[in-house]
Design a protein around this ligand. Structure first.
Ligand code: TRP
Length: 463
């Protein structure tokens, strides 16, 4: 069907062009990785799961499971050079397995759609907080007033629905026009600026007098607080924050030039992403303790704490507005990555134009998003399994679809693809390749399956 299925993977080209440089790829992947996952989700999930021990498991998962899965995604993407569904079908066949591996790509497309349906809702909150910050409501505010602002906002489904609509509209618009150029520029500015502001906030947190308490909460592991559910949540968070397990990184890898080092590029992204999450935690937990808030506050944690810091800071209105603008940008570059697999698939398979595909996918996600919009107000008492609709979509995607997707990606790269193919992509000589292969073949799949089965109670305790 596609004309450029060259037999030699090195000669394949992508239908959508290539990144202009190694840096462009790193910027795009960083843009997709750094987002609400680092600043909104990491602190609130760490807080709900008791801090230290959770953070330790998260870090182990990032480096021992996340990193090899990310490298596998990039190498698969670059070898196949098309959307994740077609790439999996092509490589499955080429490596002597089956084109049915395309279903793995298909599940990824679905995961992206589901994640974005609630991601866009929270991104809408950050957009709304740009305007709240600029209006000065947080200047000098106390903890109760800041919490009341958040409660009042999410309690009104029209406000939340409107900001979700606005955010999804903007995302769809950019994806429809084809994104790569503008994205590079946005990320080049946004990520460093976000880090600078986090350091400003860190200075404030250090001076809050409760920095030690925050530090202890994050880095003193208390394993008695760790359930298998928390371990699964930590692993899910590692997948979520790195954007892996659903083919998004595979889609980006498809545009990566042949000569770029996959190990180096993945390493930079993982380190940048993890530092930003840890930094966000170091800012937020001291504020939590300084203001007598609960670390297990839930999805509102960031919105209940950061405005407090800004409210007491010189130039706080300006900094706060700027911060939420940057966070909205960070969410937006991630949202684009979440939509890309579905749109690329529609364009290549159904012969839609990019604009038609973007509007179809964007519209579907917008509609699904109302399940999460209503989870904080009208339907907040409608709970099943893990909680509200929002809680369940989050659990299903982060803790089930992404880890299992990642497991199959690692199995595909480690077991289905022959050594020559992966060595060809990663550079065969070094110890790094050997380490990757052990992690991808054994450590990642076994750890994922074990944690998953433990958390759903299918493996009995040995003791
Ligand atoms: N990593 C993003 C964040 O931390 C969220 C995300 C998960 C994502 N999967 C993705 C973004 C896939 C782009 C593509 O906010």
């Amino acid at each position: 069907m596609l004309s450029n299925q060259a037999a030699d993977p090195a000669k394949r080209t992508s239908l959508h062009g290539h990144w202009s440089s190694r840096m462009a790829f790193i910027l795009a992947v960083t843009g997709s990785a750094v987002g609400l996952g680092n600043i909104w989700k990491f602190p609130y999930i760490a807080g709900q799961n008791g801090g230290g021990a959770f953070v330790l498991v998260y870090l182990l998962c990032v480096f021992l499971v996340g990193m090899p899965v990310m490298m596998s995604e990039v190498l698969i993407g670059r070898r196949g050079r098309r959307n994740p569904v077609a790439t999996m079908a092509l490589l499955g066949q080429e490596e002597g397995s089956s084109p049915n591996w395309k279903w793995l790509g298909g599940v990824g497309v679905l995961a992206g759609i589901l994640i974005l349906s609630y991601y866009s809702v929270v991104a809408g909150w950050t957009v709304a907080y740009v305007f709240k910050s600029a209006s000065g409501v947080f200047a000098g505010a106390q903890a109760e007033q800041v919490s009341a602002q958040f409660g009042g906002f999410v309690g009104d489904w029209r406000l939340v629905g409107f900001s979700h609509t606005l955010f999804m509209g903007l995302t769809t618009f950019v994806v429809a026009r084809g994104v790569e150029r503008g994205l590079e520029q946005a990320v080049r500015f946004m990520v460093p600026a976000l880090m600078v502001l986090l350091f400003v906030l860190l200075g404030f947190s250090i001076s809050s007098g409760h920095f030690g308490e925050g530090l202890a909460f994050m880095f003193t592991p208390d394993f008695s607080k760790l359930t298998w559910d928390s371990v699964l949540a930590a692993m899910g968070q590692a997948f979520f924050t790195l954007s892996i397990g659903m083919g998004a990184i595979m889609a980006y890898g498809a545009y990566l030039p042949e000569e770029t080092s996959i190990t180096g590029a993945s390493g930079s992204v993982v380190v940048a992403d993890t530092s930003i999450a840890i930094l966000a935690g170091l800012v937020i937990f001291p504020l939590v303790f300084a203001n007598g808030l609960d670390p297990a506050d839930g999805p509102g944690l960031v919105f209940d704490t950061l405005p407090l810091a800004f409210g007491q800071m010189a130039g706080g209105v300006f900094f706060s507005t700027l911060f939420f603008i940057l966070l909205s940008f960070a969410a937006w570059t991630s949202a684009i990555g979440l939509m890309e697999p579905a749109v690329a698939w529609l364009v290549e398979h159904q012969f839609r134009t990019r604009a038609q595909a973007a509007v179809m996918v964007g519209g579907l996600i917008w509609l699904l998003g109302f399940g999460s919009v209503l989870s904080f107000n009208v339907l907040s008492d409608f709970k099943f399994y893990k909680g509200t609709i929002f809680d369940n979509v989050d659990h299903l995607t982060s803790n089930v679809m992404l880890p299992l997707g990642g497991m199959f990606i690692a199995i595909f790269a480690g077991w289905v693809m022959c050594r020559n193919s992966t060595a060809d992509e990663l550079g065969s000589s070094g110890t790094l390749y050997k380490i990757w292969r052990i992690l991808a073949r054994f450590v990642a799949p076994v750890a994922i399956l074990f944690i998953f089965l433990k958390a759903i109670g299918l493996l009995p305790d040995l003791s």
